[in-house]
Design a binder for this molecule. Sequence first.
Ligand SMILES: Nc1ccn([C@@H]2O[C@H](COP(=O)(O)OP(=O)(O)OP(=O)(O)O)[C@@H](O)[C@H]2O)c(=O)n1
Ligand SMILES: C[C@](O)(CO)[C@H](O)COP(=O)(O)O
Length: 392
Amino acid sequence: MSTTIDPRVAVIVVGAGSGTRLGRNEPKAFVPLAGRPNLSRALDAVFAMAEPAQVIVTVPSSFVEIAEQLIREVPGAESRATTVIVGGSTRQESVAAALALLQPSVDVVLVHDAARPLTPSAIFDSVAAHVHSTGAGVVPGLPVTDTIKRTDGNGQIVETVDRSVLAAVQTPQGFPRAQLVAAHEAANREFTDDAAVVAAAGYPVAVIPGDHLSFKITTAWELRRAEQLFTTPAASDIRVGTGTDVHAYDETKPLWLAGLYWPDEVGLRGHSDGDVVSHAICDALLSAANLGDLGSVFGTSDPRFAEAHGDVFLREALRLLQDAGFEVGNVAVQIIGIRPIVSRRRVEAESLLSSVLGATVSLAGTTTDALGFTGRGEGVAAIATALVRARN
Ligand SMILES: Nc1ccn([C@@H]2O[C@H](COP(=O)(O)OP(=O)(O)OP(=O)(O)O)[C@@H](O)[C@H]2O)c(=O)n1
Ligand SMILES: C[C@](O)(CO)[C@H](O)COP(=O)(O)O
């Protein structure tokens, strides 16, 4: 990726965790939040920092290319030197792997969770400024508002902890490079954050005010809470639509499905590329906004759509929808057929369709127990449900 000359600051964004507590198929960094992966949203703030910074992102081993592609689409990516690497089996190992790649000019390192996608950019600036000015580690944190009890581990309260001395700490956590590197080298056990690694090595770490938007997405509840921050329309502004499309297999055609080309799979017959997923989504969007249907909007006589791929239809449907004063909330699609196996490329397809629509698109696949035309392997069907909102 592009290069920034001699940055003094590096930001390590750790996104190599699997997100077991969130319980999704894809790693947490790649789970969409209002249409864009958590990692992309976390990088919005990093790339908007005032100071030039080297950026290192850790991801699970099979996600390096996907991350590189996502990062290219984040505003400001072209002006930051960004490297994607495979993380370790713990958060601490992921940070250590990234530390090995720091540029010589870097003297301050910030470590941020990809799981904190809404952290404001100003927090990064303020953490970096504190480390520059004090020469010591600093972490953003919030006062604890609940009363905290220490238990015996079996549900019995042992004592009430004095909460006035507690802070719930967040990321980005910033440190002088030499301290963070030395502390990670010296660490002889696992810690849950870098402040603990650095403190265990004997260096001081201060807490500065954090931000409520910096909350970590750990469980489904926090993901929902984050989604709600993007979407709080009046109930009357919400519309839903359903779309269905079916095409027969055609051995002579390449397969285009969900906006992707599927090599080595039997294609689908159609006026365009036969992409039932994209077409069902278009119908769902158009019907939600009361704009007609695929046949009436994209007539087969219109040369723009002969052989066109799904994204052409989707962009045009989105344009019509936006012109009519709507925006897309989310789209859910079920693909019914015996092949291809949707799960093999679900993450890739969801990411592509979500980026075209600027909203979360989720895909599910099912077979029909050998019943009906899909069960007999004659073709593929897709059913899409779209939620759209009227813009005020
Ligand atoms: N081996 C790991 C484990 C975690 N992380 C990152 O550390 C951050 C904070 O960790 P956490 O919220 O615990 O994420 P997960 O480990 O993915 O979640 P879980 O514990 O639920 O599996 C996340 O951005 C996660 O991707 C990482 O880079 N490498
Ligand atoms: C680094 C961290 O986000 C600071 O609050 C936190 O310690 C990560 O902990 P987890 O157990 O890996 O979620």
